[in-house]
Design a protein around this ligand. Structure first.
Ligand code: NAD
Length: 500
């Protein structure tokens, strides 16, 4: 980091102390996908363990698999792998320099180095933030998309992989041959049952290459499920300027985030693990507990992000807090959580859902972090089926069982907004970029884009059940028609009047 100024900055001392005293720090964690979220979440917990509790066995070796990760490689190399986390809220800003990333490997430079690093005996955990699309997971069949060209290529050439599962498999096969224990694979991505999905995808991949190794991974491997939370926008030039101006730190790629952070993880590790509890992580024995927390978070936080993102972008907004300042959209988010999502959520002892929702409304309204709508809209085909559709499906199921109509109109409004959003044109005719690995398929299925039926045919996203439920398809059809004709804000005024 170029210049460290004075003021409210915390600088890690653990590196200097360890270097001065010649304490050998082990890289016990290899992390794939060193983006904003990892640097604001897991890396911060690990840094606190090193700084406050003298942990030296779990420094992080970052790994980038994607060609665009060359940027992160260069910045971290230039800054001795240090970077700044700036927490911002209406209470002010606080900056701290994180020093737990010890090294960084860019896979396209040297694939073997990444495999060897994961297979190294010091490596206890390989953690992931590779986005939902990095899992090659078919939502509908719950299976690995084994005919995906990336997966087929990795299976043909297991010693020079390009996908996460290719690398995990190659490294685990090496450990198997060396008679070492497997490392724990710790997903920190936003997916319900992220650990179980990771396990299933990896074991399926392995089975297509070597069933003996697949059995060994299935038996000895560990894949904790986890709920992760900290809103972390993409870093902007403005963030870098603010850091330089307010704190005198010149950092080529800082992270800006909110003060709130949460991590609930299942205590399932294949060998030793850091004492995450010491830094406020909720380590729970029972996988069921994680699932409940995950369900709350994905349906309420991520579901609301969808309710902010797609209608917000169609209405012409740019930032999350701007959407929250609009009375109609704010009402949509609050009422969707309260009236349509909450009734289908489990009670968690010690958690008050109303307080959780109120805190979310405050977090979404944080204008200082400038959270971009394009970020929350990214890769919707991996999001809507997890964050919105399950609430609709459960409302339909409960309606059938209890013979009364549970509401899901707001949820449909959000899904319909996404169906229109993929065209990349807002209510004022302005164009915007749509980033989704399935975009071509979505546009082809949408046809002329006036109704939901084409898109609802995509089984891998929507399954078979919802299409046959008329109250749902009618709601979707009406919402798409009304939003197309009148725009998001007018339609909301009509559907959910202020005094209703
Ligand atoms: P980012 O764009 O800053 O970083 C994404 C990282 O994922 C990059 O390092 C990239 O190389 C890697 N990646 C992307 N596709 C990959 C693939 N196919 N294989 C391997 N690596 C791949 O994004 P981010 O904000 O760090 O978010 C990453 C993930 O973290 C999200 O998709 C989500 O699951 C999780 N998450 C993010 C937030 C947040 O607020 N940003 C909050 C909770 C969870």
């Amino acid at each position: 980091i170029g210049k460290l100024g004075k003021g409210k900055i915390q600088i890690p001392t653990h590196r200097d102390i360890n270097r001065t005293r010649n304490v050998p720090v082990k890289e016990g964690i290899v992390h794939v996908g060193v983006g904003g979220f990892h640097r604001a979440h897991l890396a911060v917990y690990v840094d606190q363990l090193m700084e406050k509790h003298g942990e030296t066995d779990y420094a992080i070796c970052g790994v980038g698999l994607q060609p665009f990760d060359a940027g992160m490689r260069d910045v971290l190399r230039e800054q001795d792998h240090l970077y700044t986390v700036m927490e911002r809220s209406d209470k002010g800003s606080f900056a701290h320099v994180v020093g737990c990333i010890n090294s960084y490997l860019f896979a396209p430079d040297n694939r073997k180095a990444v495999i060897d690093k994961m297979a190294h005996p010091d490596t206890r955990i390989v953690s992931l933030t590779i986005t939902e699309s990095g899992y090659y997971y078919n939502e509908n069949t719950h299976e690995l998309i084994s005919d995906h060209p990336d997966i087929e290529a990795d299976l043909k050439n297991v010693n020079a992989p390009s996908t996460t599962f290719g690398f995990l498999y190659a490294a685990l096969a090496q450990r198997y041959r060396n008679k070492q224990d497997p490392f724990t694979v710790m997903s920190c991505d936003n997916m319900q049952k992220n650990g179980s999905i990771t396990r299933n995808m990896l074991v399926s991949f392995a089975r297509l290459h070597n069933p003996t190794i697949a059995d060994w991974i299935a038996e000895k491997g560990a894949f904790p499920n986890a709920m992760v939370d900290r809103i972390t926008p993409q870093t902007s030039q403005n963030d870098k300027d603010t850091l330089a101006k307010e704190f005198g730190i010149e950092d080529a790629w800082p992270v800006v985030t909110e003060p709130f952070m949460q991590w609930v993880i299942e205590d399932q590790f294949s060998n030793e693990r850091p004492e995450f509890e010491k830094v406020g992580v909720q380590v729970v024995k029972n996988v069921h507990d994680v699932e409940q927390f995950e369900k709350h978070k994905l349906r309420l936080l991520n579901g609301s992000h969808s309710a902010i993102g797609y209608p917000g972008q169609l209405a012409g907004f740019k930032y999350v807090h701007e959407v929250m300042n609009n009375p109609q959209l704010r009402k949509l988010v609050w009422e969707m959580m309260q009236e349509e999502v909450k009734p289908h959520l489990p009670d968690i002892p010690g958690v008050n859902i109303d307080d959780y929702c109120k805190t979310l409304m405050k977090r979404f309204s944080n204008s200082t972090i400038m959270d971009q709508l394009p970020r929350v809209c990214l890769n919707a085909s991996g999001k809507i089926p997890q964050f919105i559709m399950p609430s609709i499906a459960e409302a339909i199921m409960a309606s059938k069982e209890e013979k009364r109509d549970y509401p899901f109109r707001r949820l449909c409004f959000v899904a319909a907004s996404w169906f229109l959003y993929i065209r990349g044109v807002d209510d004022h005719g302005a164009k915007f970029a749509v980033v989704d690995p399935m975009l071509d398929e979505l546009l082809a299925a949408a046809g002329d884009g006036t109704g939901p039926h084409g898109l609802l045919q995509i089984k891998s996203l929507f399954g078979d059940d919802l299409r046959g439920y008329k109250r749902f398809t009618d709601e979707m059809e009406k919402a798409m028609k009304d939003i197309s004709e009148k725009g998001v804000l007018e339609t909301l005024k009509e559907y959910f009047p202020e005094d209703a």
